[in-house]
Design a binder for this molecule. Structure first.
Ligand code: CMP
Length: 138
C-alpha cells in the first residue's frame, strides 16, 4: 500500500555536493517526490523538529549542526515508504551502516550522517506538515 515519508538531506550532504546523488538514489529506490524545497533551518525550527531529543546530551550540537547550512526537505511516496527509506539510509552511525546505503556512502559521523528519515508513518505525517502546506502535496 502506498505510504508517505519525510526526509531531510542534511547540511553535510549539501556542503559536500552530494544532494543530487542522494536524490538520484531515492528515485532509483522507487520513491516518488511529492514535494521538495531547499531551506535553511532556523534555531527555533531545528529545536522544534528535534524536540523529542531535547534531553539527550547531543541535542545542542545537533541543533547547531542542523542550522549550519542549507538542507533539502522532501515528502516521498511509495509502498512501504517508511521502512524502505530507513533501509536505504542505513544505520544512524555511518560506521555501522550496510554497504551501499546512503549513510555508508555519504555520512561522515553519527551526527553528520547525511540524511534524516521518519521513523513511523505517524511521525512522517507530522514532519511533512511541519514543512509543507497540504496544498503542496495535492
Ligand atoms: P536523525 O535520524 O536525524 O535523528 C536524530 C539525529 O541525532 C540523528 O539522525 C543524528 O544526526 C543525531 N544523533 C543521534 N545519536 C547521536 C549521538 N549519539 N551523537 C550525536 N548525534 C546523534
Amino acid at each position: 500500500m502506498s505510504e508517505r515519508t519525510f526526509t531531510i538531506i542534511k547540511p553535510d550532504s549539501v556542503e559536500n555536493g552530494n544532494a543530487g546523488r542522494i536524490i538520484s538514489h531515492l528515485e532509483a529506490a522507487g520513491f516518488t517526490i511529492l514535494a521538495a524545497r531547499m531551506t535553511h533551518l532556523s534555531q527555533n525550527q531545528a529545536q522544534a523538529f528535534y524536540a523529542v531529543h531535547n534531553e539527550r546530551p547531543f541535542y545542542n550540537d545537533l541543533v547547531a549542526y542542523m542550522t549550519s547550512g542549507p538542507v533539502w526537505v522532501m515528502a516521498l511516496e511509495r509502498d512501504q515508504a517508511v521502512p524502505t527509506l530507513r533501509k536505504e539510509m542505513g544505520a544512524t552511525n555511518p560506521a555501522d551502516a550496510d554497504q551501499g546505503t546512503i549513510r555508508k556512502l555519504y555520512g561522515e559521523s553519527i551526527e553528520r550522517n547525511a540524511i534524516h528519515g521518519s521513523d513511523s508513518s505517524e511521525n512522517a505525517a507530522i514532519e511533512i506538515a511541519f514543512f509543507f502546506p497540504a496544498a503542496d502535496l495535492a
